[in-house]
Structure formats: structure tokens, C-alpha cells
Design a protein around this ligand. Structure first.
Ligand SMILES: NC(=O)c1ccc[n+]([C@@H]2O[C@H](COP(=O)([O-])OP(=O)(O)OC[C@H]3O[C@@H](n4cnc5c(N)ncnc54)[C@H](O)[C@@H]3O)[C@@H](O)[C@H]2O)c1
Length: 327
């Protein structure tokens, strides 16, 4: 499990441990925290550290590759650094996997690589048009995994929509500053009694505010357990892409209403212009996830908000969705 000390990876690793799997986390702690690794063995190293890979890979059944640099704006400022981290180092990891006969890879990918969809709905066949080096790197890795099929490598590519929330049992959640993410902004507005600004109110959505598909991070983690356990049924050879979202679109106004319901109060809301690079957004269909992984999301948006707020109150750290764009 690479990146298993990060926000999503720590949830996946713990869900795998809960399900009885033996998990080794490989993380260089560049963004993650050792305390986020619960019940798994942590190896602190880069994903391209060949000596560590030669030691750890023999006997591994599945690699879940979650490690990445993930900040879209940073990727625009440092495209070479991003492609080195997310593409070149992934190639080094995959080379070691192939050399050791570890031929099952579950890859963390992103809805950020889809083209804007006028229908506001995408499925796995929708056109892609990555709009940042971050998203382009994810698309390149998908292509590399596909090509590595000729080496016997099989891959299950999971494209996440907008993860939100924390472990419902409060063991892991988001740590550290994550910028101006929507739940963090809501939490700040509520705590400080300041107005919450809806950025963009003329999108072609049902109420004009932007739409996202929020998925509870624990639902996402459980999808990875299914991906690992069903791997051979889902991917006989080559690569298979599966979208992971709730299947429901939530507008910013609806998110505000859900937040208000959870905290039991009203926020002052003001309307502002869209931010540079914003998009109307989209939701995913979840038929493929249901049919092939046997997975459907079980938790509501309000569950995710409640779990994120409980984690933030417990940890003292911000609880946010990673990105209120398609991260
Ligand atoms: N958070 C989101 O909204 C979102 C959406 C779609 C896809 N994803 C994908 O999910 C994955 C996890 O995202 P996250 O939000 O948990 O990010 P995160 O930053 O919390 O976790 C990433 C982890 O990878 C580790 N890491 C980074 N580079 C490494 C390297 N070279 N070697 C070893 N470890 C390294 C970091 O220390 C960190 O623990 C990423 O692949 C990301 O692209 C995230």
C-alpha cells in the first residue's frame, strides 16, 4: 500500500486491516503522518527506492498505489517535479513489481482527468481531457498501466470523485492544512460566524452553484477492499477502469444545507464570482462499480460531514474534502 500514511491511503490501509489482510505501507511521509498508519507495518521510503522494494515486494499479492503529489496548483507551478513524482517514480515502482512477479496493481486515479460534461454526468467511457499536470500525470500512469499489460501486469484503475469525511470510528482522517477546501471553508464560516461565499452561481446546474459528487472516504476505502478481494474476477488481463463516487451530484447550495442540518444552525451565505479554473462539475454513474466490484456507497453526505467534523474536533486538525474541484 503506497501512500498509506496519507488521507485516503490511511483509510484504505485500515479498511484492509479490518478485513483481515496483512498490509505493508510504503510512504516517504512527505505529506503523510506515521500516526495515520494503524494496524499495518509502515516502511518509510520512496516508491522508487529499489533496495526497499527488492526487500518488501516478494510475497506481495496486490499493490495498491495511492502515493502521489496531489495539489493541482502546485503541479502547474512545478510540472517537471510533478511528472517526476507521479509518473517517473511510478515507472520505477512498476518495474520492480514486474521484476518480482507482483502483477496486480490497484491504482488511485481521479475524476479530474475527465473532460467537462455538458450533461453533468460521466461514466468510465466519457472523454478525458486532463486540465493540469497533476491530472495529466494520472492519465499517463493509466496509459502506462495499460501498456504494461503486455508484461503480464494487471491493473484496476479507480477514478475517485470527491472524497469527504473520516473513519466513522474516529481512528483516521485528514491531517494538516489543505488550503481553501469547501468543507474547511464551511467549518471556518460556522466557527467564526463569518459569511460563506458561494463561488459561482451561474453554472448550468439545478440551482446555479457548482456540482460535485462527494463520496465518503470510508465507502471509498471499502471499495478498495472489494477491489483487492475481487481483483482476479474483475481484471482477467490488461487494465480496467472503475469510477468511484456516490452517484449523486450535490450542488454547493445543497452542501451548505447539509452542513447546516448537521450542525443544527444557519450560515450566512453570500454569492461571488467563480474562481479561475472552476468548472460546473459532474457526478458519476456507479453501475460498473456495483456490477464488477459488488460495491455501492452506504454512507450519506451528512454522515461524511458529521464524521469529518468529529475527526476535526478530536484531532484539532482541519477536516476537509481534498478539493472542491474534481481533485
Ligand atoms: N483527495 C482527493 O480528493 C483525491 C481525489 C482523486 C484522487 N486522489 C488520489 O488519491 C491518492 C491519495 O490522495 P490523498 O488525498 O490521500 O493525498 P495525501 O497527500 O494525503 O496522501 C499521499 C501520500 O503519499 C505519500 N507520498 C507522496 N509521494 C510519495 C513517494 N514518492 N513515495 C512514497 N510516498 C509518497 C505522502 O507522504 C502521503 O502520505 C492520490 O494518488 C491522489 O491522486 C485524491
Amino acid at each position: 500500500m503506497t501512500g498509506g500514511a496519507g488521507y485516503i491511503g490511511s483509510a484504505i490501509a485500515l479498511a484492509l486491516v479490518d478485513a483481515g489482510h496483512d498490509v505493508v505501507v510504503l510512504d516517504d511521509l512527505s505529506a503523510g503522518a506515521a500516526e495515520a498508519v494503524v494496524g499495518a507495518r509502515l516502511v518509510v521510503a520512496g516508491i522508487d527506492d529499489r533496495a526497499v522494494l527488492d526487500r518488501e515486494l516478494p510475497g506481495v499479492d496486490v499493490v495498491v498505489h495511492c502515493a502521489a503529489r496531489i495539489v493541482v496548483a502546485e503541479s502547474i507551478a512545478d510540472p517537471l517535479g510533478y511528472h517526476d513524482a507521479n509518473v517517473a517514480r511510478t515507472i520505477a515502482l512498476l518495474r520492480a513489481c514486474v521484476d518480482h512477479g507482483v502483477l496486480r496493481v490497484v491504482q488511485s486515479s481521479t475524476a479530474a482527468l475527465y473532460a467537462e460534461a455538458p450533461s453533468l454526468v460521466v461514466d468510465e467511457e466519457a472523454p478525458i481531457a486532463p486540465a493540469s499536470p497533476y491530472a495529466a500525470g494520472k492519465a499517463m500512469v493509466e496509459r502506462i498501466l495499460l501498456d504494461a499489460g503486455s508484461l503480464g501486469l494487471r491493473s484496476l484503475v479507480l477514478r475517485y470523485f470527491n472524497p469527504l469525511g473520516a473513519d466513522p470510528r474516529g481512528r483516521v482522517g485528514m491531517r494538516g492544512e489543505r488550503g481553501s477546501h469547501v468543507l474547511e471553508r464551511l467549518r471556518g464560516a460556522w466557527a467564526e460566524r463569518t459569511p460563506f461565499t458561494i463561488t459561482g452561481v451561474r453554472w448550468p446546474t439545478r440551482d446555479g452553484s457548482g456540482m460535485r459528487d462527494y463520496v465518503h472516504v470510508w465507502d471509498l476505502a471499502e471499495a478498495h477492499v472489494a477491489a483487492v478481494e475481487r481483483f482476479d474476477d474483475v481484471v482477467a488481463h490488461g487494465s480496467r477502469v472503475v469510477n468511484l463516487g456516490s452517484g449523486a451530484g450535490t450542488t454547493v447550495r445543497e452542501l451548505v444545507a447539509a452542513f447546516e442540518h448537521v450542525v443544527g444552525g444557519r450560515l450566512e451565505v453570500v454569492e461571488g464570482p467563480p474562481r479561475p479554473g472552476d468548472v460546473a462539475g459532474a457526478r458519476t454513474t456507479i453501475d460498473r462499480a456495483r456490477d464488477e466490484l459488488g460495491w455501492t456507497p452506504r454512507r450519506s453526505l451528512e454522515d461524511a460531514i458529521r464524521d469529518a467534523l468529529a475527526w476535526a474536533a478530536r484531532d484539532g486538525a482541519p477536516a476537509t474534502s481534498q478539493d472542491d474541484g474534481l481533485g
